[in-house]
Design a protein around this ligand. Sequence first.
Ligand SMILES: [Zn+2]
Length: 103
Amino acid sequence: MDHIRIWSEVDIGDIESHIVFVDDKFGFCPGCKELGIKIEGLRKCPKCGRKFTYVTARESKGPKGLEMIARIIKKLPHLTFVDYDDYERATGKKKAAGLFNGI
Ligand SMILES: [Zn+2]
């Protein structure tokens, strides 16, 4: 199976509140900062109950990263994989816009 990045218009706030950060084995909930969450079949945070619909991984660059993304997608086929750089850029942009609100 091949994997490609598909661009679409999204509500970054919705992604921010339903995303889980993962590596090959474990997940991190940005909501309650829980570490070491087992990722197989992961649908919500075991600690705070946050529902996950998106997943991203920091170490997902280069050919090794692609293999890792493929493994994550296999383990979490019900989640949408979001490109980490895209996510950082979009949330960073949102934060920057927030800084200038009210000026
Ligand atoms: Zn949580």
